[in-house]
Design a protein around this ligand. Structure first.
Ligand code: PGA
Length: 253
């Protein structure tokens, strides 16, 4: 019922040549593997968006951005608007990735503004949520995730909320090689879906895709994506290697 969605977040990696080669390899490889049964997106750094979008033209691979600013235009030096992202071929944008929250210092209010701006600009936001290790150890996982989802979606009616994908990424699992167990991940995904049902309705909750992220690779993706409420993956490190990323896409079919 929910089409799986696998996205590769390149973070601050690659260069123009390597990025285009990687994008071409993934576009070519995923046609054979997924045949349109899985939504696939590549999320390169801003400066490579246009080149990567050109490299995947005529494939079913989409392009997304790692961040967006919430204003339409104006004197915001260094920032990028939703319209600019559309202009260079983006369909998706990450909002509130854990590195934006915990390294750059974005709070839920800013993340919420970015989600609104993305939807207003015709982009599909991927709202990233997840608890720190200390929060999990203190038994606060559901409270933290609940706050981030509620504040991230605040002010969106059901029609607009339907544009959102949620990515559950426990911060302790990102880039650490520590993956949540399939059951740990499934439990939080089910919790998020129930929360969306309470905030909106069962139909929207049943249709909303919730990706898992945090040290996903081709070896562990099958079991994770096999969980009933895990609808795909947001992949960091393993998305930088074509064969590894294609393996993850394959496990989503
Ligand atoms: P990782 O990153 O796969 O390298 O853990 C995931 C993410 O931050 O989106």
């Amino acid at each position: 019922m929910r089409k799986p969605f696998v996205a590769g977040n390149w973070k601050m990696n690659m260069d123009a040549h390597a990025g285009v080669e990687l994008a071409k390899a993934i576009a070519a490889g995923s046609v054979n593997i997924a045949g349109g049964q899985v939504d696939v997106a590549l999320i390169p750094p801003f400066v490579y968006l246009q080149a990567v979008a050109s490299a995947v033209t005529a494939s079913h691979v989409a392009v997304g951005a790692q961040d967006v600013y919430f204003q339409e235009k104006g004197a915001f030096t260094g920032e990028i608007s939703p319209a600019m992202l559309k202009d260079v071929g983006c369909a998706y944008v990450l909002c509130g990735h854990s590195e934006r929250r915990h390294v750059i210092g974005e709070d839920d209010a800013i993340v919420n503004k970015k989600v609104h701006a993305a939807i207003n600009g015709g982009l599909l936001p991927i709202l990233c949520v997840g608890e720190l290790q200390s929060e999990r150890e203190a038994g606060q996982t559901e409270a933290v995730v609940s706050t981030q989802v509620k504040k991230g979606l605040a002010g969106l009616d059901g029609e607009r909320a339907a544009a959102v994908t949620i990515a559950y990424e426990p911060v302790w699992a990102i880039g650490t090689g520590l993956t949540a167990t399939p059951q740990q991940a499934q439990d939080v995904h089910a919790f998020i879906r129930e929360l969306v049902a309470k905030l909106y309705d069962a139909e929207l909750a049943g249709a909303m895709r919730v990706q898992y992220g945090g040290s996903v690779n081709a070896a562990n993706s099958g079991e994770l994506l096999g969980q009933p409420d895990i609808d795909g993956a947001l992949v960091g490190g393993a998305s930088l290697k074509a064969q590894e990323f294609l393996g993850i896409i394959k496990s989503a079919v």
